[in-house]
Design a protein around this ligand. Structure first.
Ligand code: PLP
Length: 227
């Protein structure tokens, strides 16, 4: 998978601190296997039914599964059981359910709070104003480990324009860390997709969620991000 290598090279400067999460929605188990063989270990899924089938089919591989799609309360039990990370925490009730439903034999679920960075009605996430309260509440839940923030900025045409929302997210994390000792250890910025990952790395991203730059373009019906 030459494209994987290209992405890895592009972020090579920060290879120790930047992890590629291959956004594998719409991809087959075979395509994920191929990406795994090329060295990727983290995979992100957005649609639960589709994800569960692939998690089962790929259970022989040592994959770290990230849930990066919108959360519904009737799905939390299955997510708590089958995923290692959830990037899209956007309300306390969902976080409480995930913590309660996390199987005791598994390590805490690693979570990020999603920020609706451009205030778009079509996307999930809290506003920057709601962040501190939610982070305080999530950080004390016993079976979750709050790691940081995630955002899906609306696409911008130029690298210069892409910087702005990414910098806002990085600043929000810095602010949050200084809020209390409990939040001081937050270390994760889940930002950067195929169109802006180079800029995101420069702005401090630690988890890049990259789909089409690894797997090629998705089928038309799958390109819409309903977040
Ligand atoms: C699909 C998806 C991505 C990857 O998008 P690309 O533009 O294909 O890299 C990243 N984050 C989320 C939440 C996604 O659903």
């Amino acid at each position: 998978m030459e494209s994987v290598n290209r992405v890895a090279m592009a972020v090579g400067r920060n290879a120790n601190t930047v992890t590629i999460v291959a956004a594998s929605k719409g991809q087959t188990a075979a395509a994920i296997r191929e990406a795994y063989a090329a060295g990727l270990r983290h995979f992100g899924e957005s649609y639960l039914q589709e994800a569960l089938i692939k998690i089962e089919q790929l259970s022989d591989l040592d994959i770290i599964w990230h849930f990066i799609g919108p959360l519904q309360s009737n799905k939390t039990a299955v997510i708590a059981k089958h995923f290692d990370w959830v990037h899209s925490i956007d309300r306390l009730s969902i976080a409480e359910r995930l913590s309660r439903q996390r199987p005791q034999q598994l390590p805490p679920l690693q979570v990020c709070v999603q920020i609706n960075i451009d205030g778009e009605a079509s996307k999930s996430g809290v506003s920057p104003q709601q962040l501190a309260t939610l982070a305080d509440q999530v950080s004390v839940l016993p079976n979750l480990c709050l790691r940081g923030l995630m955002a899906i900025p609306r696409p911008r045409a130029t690298a210069k324009e892409q910087v702005q929302p990414l910098r806002v997210l990085a600043d929000l994390l810095a602010e949050l860390k200084s809020r209390s000792p409990r939040l001081a250890g937050l270390d994760t910025l889940s930002m950067g997709m195929s169109g802006d990952f180079a800029v995101a790395v420069a702005e401090g991203a630690t988890l890049l969620r990259i789909g089409s730059a690894i797997f090629g373009p998705r089928a038309a019906s799958k390109t819409q991000l309903k977040q």
